[in-house]
Design a protein around this ligand. Structure first.
Ligand code: PLP
Length: 401
């Protein structure tokens, strides 16, 4: 086979995808597997969004779209940013991409050079370091403890900043920990970032509407308006409106950065399907009750699953404040063995044994940069979640040593 690029060949497949694929493979072999691996809402896309896509297709919106997004969707995004965060963006300060993942790819590709550094608090969504490495940059991880709510300490960010730092990534509510960052904590981070004018700030707000106590989401550009000329505020419709398959994400940020990102997008995928953009426009502009209903369901599940897991001896599960994940610690189970003799000496080993011996698929914490933990998605029915918790409890109680 001819050579692959040296930059890409060292980059592993995302562990979330690998865990989901393994679960599917075992199911295909007839095994009874409950998969809580993917960050994929278990609700249908709201019907008014589907209807808008249908109408757009019938009306002939089937041609190449503008690379940066249709004017109608950009207007809906402007209204969304104003409504949710009191942020004002002109149309050329907004970019629509094929999912927020592409927005992140565009942003990092447009700004990173070989050897640059991207500061990523851990635990993190694994796309940030993988995409940074694709640009030849080096992710710099900051470990955030469960005891401190999985939030980065301002001093830790200050200590991590070097002349090569290009980005600090903030993602709250967080995937995988469910941590929410209060406005006061963001203000403290802003105080540090104010002293580093060479650093871009990525605020990945994908789960902004999934905050369990219903409190308002705080975002950097709104909390520290003086930093807005280096903040990229990212969101999308995948999680909020159960629209993962439509592939629509977006960002608001400074004009020059947005233009550079559009250039990257123009040479990778071009614009997003206009049919999907029509659906996203309807979701953002239409009735929002579906969002509250889904959010309430995720909040109830987070409580229910955390309670069930905390009842398992040696498992510790924090109360996730948002998103649809839990990130329990298995520190108390390390060194113990399954009845078949497998010794648990890492979270990856725990997840493998849980899958093989108890039929529950979750993702090991190593993939999110913080061990020993596992990520469990609550985007599943109560019946599946209860069954999974019962299996996890039985599996953990069967460990000895
Ligand atoms: N940001 C975070 C934190 C995520 O967890 C995800 C998806 O899992 C995304 C961005 C990307 O979402 P999408 O590409 O579906 O818009």
């Amino acid at each position: 086979m001819p050579n692959l690029s040296s930059r890409q060949s060292g980059i592993p497949q995302a562990a979330t995808m690998a865990a989901a694929a393994r679960a599917r493979q075992l199911r295909a072999q007839g095994r009874d597997i409950i998969s809580l691996t993917l960050g994929e809402p278990d609700f249908p896309t709201p019907l008014h969004a589907v209807a808008a896509a249908h109408a757009a297709a019938l009306q002939g919106e089937t041609k190449y779209p503008p690379v940066g997004g249709t004017p109608a969707l950009k207007s809906a995004i402007q209204a969304k940013f104003r409504r949710d965060s009191q942020l004002e963006f002109a149309q050329d300060e907004i970019l629509v991409g094929n999912g927020a993942r592409q927005i992140i790819y565009d942003a990092l590709t447009a700004t990173l050079d070989e050897g640059d550094e991207v500061i990523v608090p851990a635990p993190y969504w694994n796309a940030y370091p993988l995409i940074a490495r694709m640009s030849g940059a080096r992710p710099v991880f900051l470990e955030c403890s469960m005891e401190h709510g999985f939030l980065p300490a301002p001093q830790a960010i200050a200590a991590a900043i070097t002349p090569r730092s290009r980005w600090v990534v903030l993602n709250y509510p967080n995937n995988p920990s469910g941590a929410v960052c209060p406005a006061d904590h963001l203000r403290a981070l802003a105080d540090v970032l104010r002293r580093a004018p060479h650093v871009w700030i990525m605020s990945d707000d994908m789960y902004e509407h999934l905050i369990h106590d219903g409190s308002a989401h705080a975002t950097m550009a709104a909390v520290a308006p003086d930093l807005a000329d280096r903040v990229l505020t990212i969101s999308g419709v995948s999680k909020t409106y159960a629209m993962t398959g439509w592939r629509v994400g977006f960002a608001g940020g400074p004009r020059g950065l947005i233009a550079a990102m559009a250039k990257v997008q123009g040479q990778s995928t071009g614009g997003v399907s206009p049919i999907a953009q029509a659906a996203a426009t309807a979701a953002l502009d239409g009735p929002q009750d579906c969002v509250g209903e889904m959010q309430a369901a995720y909040a109830a599940r987070a409580l229910r699953v955390a309670a069930a897991l905390n009842a398992v001896p040696r498992l510790t599960c924090h109360a996730a404040a948002g998103a649809f994940y839990l990130y329990p610690s298995i520190a108390g189970l390390m060194g113990r063995s399954t009845p078949s003799g497998t010794r648990i000496d890492s979270d990856a080993g725990f997840c493998d044994a849980l899958l093989e011996e108890a039929g529950v698929a979750v993702v090991h914490g190593e993939a999110f940069g913080k061990s020993p933990h596992f990520r469990l998605s609550t985007a599943a029915s109560d019946r599946e979640l209860d069954a999974a918790c019962a299996r996890i409890a039985a599996f953990c109680s069967g460990l000895s040593g």
